[in-house]
Design a protein around this ligand. Sequence first.
Ligand code: NDP
Length: 476
Amino acid sequence: ARAQIGVTGLAVMGRNLARNFARHGYTVAVHNRSYAKTESLIAEAGSEGDFVPSESMADFVASLERPRKVVVMVKAGAATDAVIDELVPLLEEGDIVVDAGNAHFPDTIRREKALAAKGLHFVGTGVSGGEEGALNGPSIMPGGTRESYQSLGPILEDISAKVDGVPCCTYVGPDGAGHFVKMVHNGIEYADMQLIAEAYDLLKQGLGASAQEIGEIFAQWNTGDLESFLIEITADVLQHVDAETGKAFVDVVLDQAEQKGTGRWTVQNGLDLGVPITGIAEATFARALSGSVPQREAGRAALPADAAAWDVQDRDAFVEDVRLALYASKVVAYSQGFDQIAAASAEYGWDIDRGAMARIWRGGCIIRARFLNRITEAYERDAHLPLLLADEYFTGAVSNGLAAWRRVVSQAALNGVPTPAFSSSLAYYDGVRAERLPAALIQAQRDFFGAHTYRRVDKPGVFHTEWSGDRTESDA
Ligand code: NDP
């Protein structure tokens, strides 16, 4: 037994993670259900480092130093359970199983419990950055026991992306915490992508600008506060020309967005915890609307716009308005996502350091951005910040763009351009800052039809009014 770490599951992600370990000087045991993938890894990348290939799971496990560290990188769901079931009887107390696939966090909680009962560590780990990240440095979000992180953490930190020399990997929290944080990362990614898409649509419809021109605007934006991987690739995509037709590539792509499910999980959990992650929800629903083909056909045929025609007087001012509105909406989406992490941390007993999460998302992952430094700084100022949006830096940044944000959202409504994420972010902003909300009326209605009771502004206690009788109020 001489391998320091093992990887089972050698499709694109596992293969690249294994190469990443090897390139960092680790001896890597490699295994895949079908041996052909193991052979092709050795044939194509075997010279990059020290690999120990095995055809059987038993040989693979036997090739690992104790305590064994096995990274499972297979299809999430039943495949992960199948691999764990095969692996567990071969392992010994103190060994560490790392699930680096995109597991749903309740599955991770279940698996961690089952393996802990057998004296094994189970580390549900979020990995972001796609295949490129896996090879050259992903953002890594490991959960599980702190004890497991002592020996596993340094290896994962070694292969993670680095920003200013700081690894994009840190211990997240017990059992499902790592996969939870990865899920929210993906949810935020949905919101960020939708906001960028809305900004593109506003520039397209407001200015009648070409994809090429809008790509140039995004490239310009990428030199300022908005600098991020997603803005950068947007600029690139918009300027790409389809080889077959000579048209802008984006104009030949069918406008029906697909999803693999992490956005949906994030929204479902937001509903479970009662956290208003409206940006992520609108982004997820916007994808669903885009794919609602029969509804869109019926709507296109029957629904009038009755909207004004865009009349943008000052092109540069409009572009700047959209930029400011995008930034403000983005702050809201992230603020909501970090709220969800805080709520889950309290609910599931994870004690997640939100500033550290922003720090490990600065590199390697899809939402990597300059702006994440600001989030880390905000949580350094106050680790228990109740609302990211209310941190002094973000309050300043958003209020600076507030008038622009309102102009953009109202213009979009007047001109019939759908901006669900921009609009709902502004509605959230106005809701969360409101002195008084119409929720008072909702409470009154609930008490009227269901005797659900209400509290009063002027005295403590819970009350009910006899709505169908003499309307006296009683303590409930
Ligand atoms: P896939 O999700 O396509 O999974 C293919 C791998 O799973 C193969 O190694 C396959 O083995 C193995 N597998 C499937 N079913 C079983 C089974 N019943 N028993 C044993 N092995 C099985 O591979 P990816 O590399 O794309 O992704 C791996 C994981 O990483 C997934 O959980 C994914 O969600 C996650 N992920 C992917 C990212 C990406 O950008 N692709 C980014 C971040 C995470 P065989 O070769 O024998 O069929």
